[in-house]
Design a protein around this ligand. Structure first.
Ligand code: NZQ
Ligand code: ZN
Length: 392
């Protein structure tokens, strides 16, 4: 295990009927004039908008609205939000929606507190020093942004999708009512499940040795996700299954299971370029990349792939043929993604071989000198292109 410095400051208010607390909790954090930020309208259809605005009004909070966040949230709307916050003296941002809305809110928060251009934080590696406080009411279990230090924004100009990781952008609180997720279309539920699974998976595949406790925590979350995925897809109104999935989504990405180890995250970086390139749903893109990343790298640390197969997917271990056990684990991974309605090939998500070189060239590098991405098995652009070819 390696040294770590861990703090997750986000307060979680979890369960049925908790949205009613939103207004009074915002007041605890000093909010009086709130930017209510949301997406394309699902919250108006499922009653969440009404519940939230009622709670804010009951607490005497002034509301300034900005809806219209698209999946793969755009820089242009972030800039509009920053302008509104300045003009209306907004002192708190409430994101009501999924990862896209929350990430957009985080970007507005740091952008409104900075004199330069907010894109500096995403493209130029500048570290934000101040933010407006951000709270969230989560409506889809997926990205984990409700409890993460990340925000991922797409620059409309050049279709570049870039992450920002910073201590100050953790939301101050997140309200998680599993009932808000009943209205999700099955495909969105599936995309969310794929994403949260991969958040744990990327941390699981580490080159750091002696990480037994976090291995076991990762396995518990991955197994819980697999066990409850079918239940929520079969019965979208199953509260207990929705609750397990919702809390798993936050625990998958609040980095507790990443303590003392270094995760890989190459699949995420490759996927961000697919989303930026063709507006692919993030979870769907991951489901295409991950099994092919596995095929490409599994021999790099065969025992870890065997452990994954046996402990997460209950593959029977073939002691004479570890390769076979690992390959069965990769197949189980692929089958799981298919069982939740996720695509298997790049062609299915509209990405074709002629674009592979360009996509591989754009992937954000972790090591600028070596030009590689990923930590478990660092990959150069040619390796990324091979993975894209396996996934075609
Ligand atoms: O826009 P509306 O109308 O609300 O519809 C949304 C959207 O179309 C819909 N939806 C959400 N809740 C719903 C609902 N529909 C019906 N009922 C509900 N209760 O779902 C669609 C997808 O929403 P989105 O917010 O895009 O989903 P998700 O939470 O998966 O977020 C994806 C974004 O998060 C980023 C991804 O890259 C992507 O841009 N990520 C953010 C991370 C972070 N900040 O820590 C980490 C992740 O790895 C990820 O990269
Ligand atoms: Zn993700």
């Amino acid at each position: 295990m390696i040294n770590f410095d861990y703090k997750n400051p986000t307060r979680i208010i979890f369960g049925k009927g908790t949205i009613v607390q939103t207004g009074s909790v915002i007041k605890e954090y000093g909010g009086t004039r709130v930017l209510l930020h949301f997406g394309g309208g699902s919250i108006k259809g499922n009653g969440v908008y009404d519940e939230v605005t009622k709670s804010l009004k009951a607490a005497g909070i002034e509301i300034v609205e900005l809806g219209g966040v698209q999946p793969n949230p755009r820089l242009s709307l972030v800039r509009e939000g920053i302008k509104i916050c300045r003009e209306k003296n907004v002192d708190f941002i409430l994101a009501v929606g999924g990862g896209s809305v929350i990430d957009s809110a985080k970007a507005i928060g740091v952008g409104a507190s900075y004199e330069g251009d907010v894109w500096d934080f995403y493209a130029a590696g500048k570290v934000p020093q101040k933010t407006l406080p951000v709270g969230t009411v989560l409506t889809i279990a997926a990205a984990g942004s409700e409890m993460s230090w990340s925000s991922v924004i797409t620059n409309d100009d050049g279709a570049l999708k870039r992450p920002l990781d910073a201590q100050i952008i953790y939301p101050v609180f997140s309200v998680l009512d599993p009932e808000t997720t009943y209205s999700l279309p099955a495909y969105q539920t599936g995309c969310g499940i794929a994403d949260m699974f991969v958040h744990v998976f990327e941390r699981y595949f580490t080159a750091v040795k002696n990480v037994d406790l976090t291995d076991r925590l990762c396995e518990a979350i991955m197994k819980t996700i697999v066990n409850n995925a079918k239940r929520v897809l079969d019965a979208p109104g199953d509260y207990n299954a929705r609750a397990e999935i919702m809390w798993a989504g936050s625990l998958a990405h609040n980095n507790l299971v990443g303590t003392g180890r270094i995760g890989d995250f190459a699949s995420h970086m490759i996927e961000h370029e697919l989303s930026g390139f063709n507006d692919v749903a993030h979870g769907a893109g991951l489901a295409v990349i991950v099994p092919n990343w596995m095929k490409f790298v599994y021999r790099h640390d065969l025992p870890r792939f065997v452990q994954f197969a046996v402990r997460v997917f209950d593959v029977e271990q073939d002691f004479h043929n570890p390769d076979e056990t690992a390959l069965r684990g990769i197949k189980a991974m692929r089958d799981f993604f298919s069982s939740i309605g996720m695509p298997a090939t790049l062609a299915e998500i509209g990405i074709h071989e002629k674009d592979f070189g360009a996509i591989a060239g754009k992937v954000k590098k972790f090591d600028e000198v070596k030009g590689t991405v990923g930590n478990f098995r660092p990959l150069g652009p040619a390796d990324v292109e091979e993975i894209l070819k396996l996934a075609k």
